[in-house]
Design a protein around this ligand. Structure first.
Ligand code: IPM
Ligand code: MG
Length: 352
């Protein structure tokens, strides 16, 4: 298999973790006789610094033409000025929109050896295996109108939570399909007691659910879901939700896994390249120190092999190597160890 992978290392610890994920992918390629070519582009704050834009047309075009895109992280204090006309995060949103990756898959599993790193009790963490399907190109992040104005002498800001039926349908179908290969339970999260967009969300979830009679559907309000994530996460299977609710719930869910550094994500569309990124941010406080946990990005590269290149066996090889490494006690700083980013990746590579 030949594949053209675009790398967007981004800012902060992004380049450090992407470098390690590439070494893992190269290891897989040489072992299984694949040939992956990697092309690197700037995106985020580094792209603002060099080109004056967080995502240039050239970079977006290169991503659109690739088989898959692997991203590190974007952002940092340097680009945090609220009055700046461009921000690293804007580039990320434009990239998601430009690749039409409407569904963001965020798996949350708890490795038994890392339970002590979660503030939750082990009996609550036992058996947790959740897949959050976050809608990624609509909702509060993209709805129109959006902006600021002076109205009646007062400063006013507005964001809009907007959904079209088709946007909900496609992400729902994906959630139900994925649930069929798992425990066959979908929790659709909304705020239907207050929001009109959530009432449409719930109506469509019910409607699509009827097409999957073997999958159980439960509707849950987002405030309840945030509580259930820490009181009964083991009862959850697939959770599908609006963009911003998903953003918030997945940071909460990462606490179950012991560290944000452990979690991966895959953003998928109807067709075209997928976008793969760890769920953690650019971590400016530890950038350049070589101590970031590369596991989230390496797991994202496994997801890349699975979803974009159809290399299930190779993806599973990486995942079980990571399982073994964690079991063996190898740890980066965030999970109480002393291994560097590169040493942690070395541990994984020797087990491929
Ligand atoms: C995430 C991040 C992004 C988001 C930011 C960096 C724009 O928090 O991927 O969860 O809100 O989607
Ligand atoms: Mg987030």
């Amino acid at each position: 298999m030949q594949a053209n992978i675009v790398l967007l290392p981004g800012d902060g610890i992004g380049p450090e973790v992407v470098t390690e994920a590439v070494r893992v992918l190269e290891g897989i390629a040489s072992k299984h006789g694949h040939s992956f070519s990697f092309t690197e582009h700037l995106m985020g704050g580094c792209s603002i610094d060099k080109y004056g834009s967080s995502l240039t047309e050239e970079t977006l075009a290169a991503c659109q033409a690739a088989d898959a895109v692997l991203l590190g992280a974007v952002g940092g204090p340097k680009w945090d000025d609220p009055n700046a006309k461009d921000r690293p995060e804007r580039g990320l949103l434009a990239l998601r929109k430009g690749l039409k990756v409407f569904a963001n898959l965020r798996p949350v599993k708890v490795h038994p050896a890392l339970m002590e790193w979660s503030p939750l009790k082990p009996e609550i963490l036992e058996g947790v295996d959740i897949l959050v399907v976050r809608e990624l190109t609509g909702g509060l992040y993209f709805g129109w109108p959006k902006g600021r104005e002076i109205k009646d002498g007062r400063e006013r800001a507005v964001d809009t939570l907007e959904y079209y039926d088709y946007e909900i349908k496609r992400v729902m179908h994906l959630a139900f399909k994925l649930a069929k290969g798992r425990k066959k339970k979908v929790i659709s999260v909304d705020k239907a007691n207050v929001l009109e967009s959530s009432r449409l969300w719930r109506q469509i979830a019910t409607q699509i659910g009827q097409e999957y009679p073997d999958v159980e559907l439960e509707h849950m309000l987002v405030d309840t879901a945030s509580m259930r994530l820490i009181t009964g996460p083991a009862e959850m299977d697939v959770v599908v939700t609006e963009n911003m609710f998903g953003d918030i719930l997945t940071d909460e869910a990462s606490v179950l896994a012991g560290s944000m550094g452990m979690l991966s994500s895959a953003s998928l569309g109807e067709s075209g390249p997928g976008l793969y990124e760890p769920i953690h941010g650019s971590a400016p406080d530890i950038a350049g120190k070589g101590i970031a946990n590369p596991v989230g990005t390496i797991l994202s590269s496994a997801a890349l092999l699975r979803h974009s290149l159809n290399l299930e066996k190779e993806a599973a090889t990486i995942e079980s190597a990571i399982d073994e490494v964690i079991t063996s006690g190898a740890r980066t700083n965030d999970i109480g160890g002393k291994l560097s980013t590169t040493q942690m990746a070395d541990e994984i590579i020797t087990r491929l």
